[in-house]
Write a protein that binds this ligand. Sequence first.
Ligand code: SF4
Length: 360
Amino acid sequence: MLLNTDPRLDAFAGTIVDWQKRHGRHHLPWQGTRDPYKIWLSEIMLQQTQVATVIGYYERFLSRFPDIASLAAASQEDVMPYWAGLGYYARARNLHRCAQVLCRDWGGAFPESSADIATLPGIGRSTAAAIAAFAHGERSPIMDGNVKRVFTRYFGIEGVTSERVTEQLLWRTAEAALADADAALDMAAYTQGLMDLGSQRCTRSSPDCPLCPLQAHCYAHAHSRQGELPAPRKKKASPERQCKMLILASSDAILLEQRPPSGIWGGLWSLPEYEDERALATACSNWGLSPEEARKMAGLVHVFSHFRLHIEPWYLRAGAPVVAEPAPGQAWIPINELSATALPAPVKKILDGLYCLTGR
Ligand code: SF4
């Protein structure tokens, strides 16, 4: 049990703040603002996604949806192309829904306290605390994946961090670290410092202890247990799934179908999928095309958090323009509009190989 007299708590937060000011990151596009909208957008994008990937998406998103009102007024259809390729699409759907809730219930602005922010769609306790700390200096702890790693190693916290008991201990420790800190603690620098330390020094596979400001009192460093903390999650074998995707080209367009609004790739435009070659051949015949002319392309594997999808793409170009109407939810998308269409990452990769979308 961690006591408030534990020497590891002494000066913990102050050390993080001093280090952040000298060695942390200060020039990310979402820093230097107290606008909760911009902070919120960056925090949501940064969940599960690396900073380098987020920067371009963040800037494009903000230039199209500069504030809560513009995001709330857009349709989900408008929003998804600005998220396509980032993955975890529920984040974008929640972002959109949250903007609408803010306009409906909060006068178009974010509430100030992290407790109120955490009631909004798609915003958990840690993200709410980060928004409140950066926007208003609220003194609430955060606990994302990077911060969990720092805390388990520094304080020697055993147990799998996704398990309730361990998570509660982590939160209590984070609260104790703040309770012990100076009353004038710079919360924005502390919050950013924890994030920076987790991503720049206390990294998953090669923690840089000699350059870490916490080294002197770090449990994992003292006991050479950096490789054991945080305790690894028991791994379940990821199920394997297969599907065939049809790239049906007619004139200068490709047949795409929109995924249902929730679930995998919700709301994005994907290639029609079939379980086996027979189903794919039937679909070709229904378009009045000869299945024998479909060409199998190199397959790819897309890894989701809970399964691996083996995709086998098939390409078929109609000799004459297809006249049959697409089924509900399907549409012919001109090839020169594909780069602006909300496509799932593996579909974008397949079509990019055929049509060089990135150069368009
Ligand atoms: S001393 Fe090493 S293990 Fe401990 S917090 Fe710093 S980087 Fe992580």
